[in-house]
Design a protein around this ligand. Sequence first.
Ligand code: F6R
Length: 249
Amino acid sequence: MIPVKVFDTPQDAAKSLAAEVAELIRSRAAEGKPVVLGLATGATPLPFYAELVRMHREEGLSFANVTSFNLDEYSGLPREHPESYWYFMHHNLFDHIDIKPENVNLPSGLVAPEDLDAHCAAYEQKIKDCGGIDLQILGIGRTGHIGFNEPGSDDSTITRKIQLDELTRSDAAPAFGGIENVPKTAITMGVATIMAARRVVLMAWGAKKAPIVKKAVEGPVTSEVAASYLQKHPNACFLLDKEAASELQ
Ligand code: F6R
């Protein structure tokens, strides 16, 4: 069973996770050691990033010893596109903290087809060279994706290009001003990349996520629901609000 913690509000859950991350960063800093964080985008982690920014501003939490690897990036979007994950991460977190720009890593949405395999292999290698991911933050899509590991992604998958599910594209359509503007593909870490993290924390809010949260936590472990592989992770945990937890037994 995946440990599940249910909170009254997303803000309460985000505060609890931010406290865990701050403790990890500070204890490593005290030993003169770095921390490697795996980061997610989307609506779900926004209160968590807001809390990290607050802790930086008001409590002096420093990110000078942090290296980050983001899960994914849309194909075809330049960094400055408002829906790119590069833009999202800088706008919501990196521009407001003291992480070193050279320690920030995201897959590139603009890599040429002939360079794609090398780009993905280099991303995997860089994670390994940094010592692996200490703590991976996740959201979950209504297809059960973590990162953009859509149905059919098994636990041997690593960083690669993926076809986005139509449900994922329709969920993204409002932000892009119509489904015709939503990229059809993305680059994502694989399920194996995520499973290799030493700790994994998945957040989910709202009744719309309740059915897929139930499948991920209580359903069979299957490539049809990539998040279900977290049942096999030795140190994974789900942080939910009451609505997202409402269908759990
Ligand atoms: C984002 C990511 C996705 C999202 C998921 C949920 O980097 O990898 O798995 O976490 O699509 O998105 P939101 O939070 O917008 O509901």
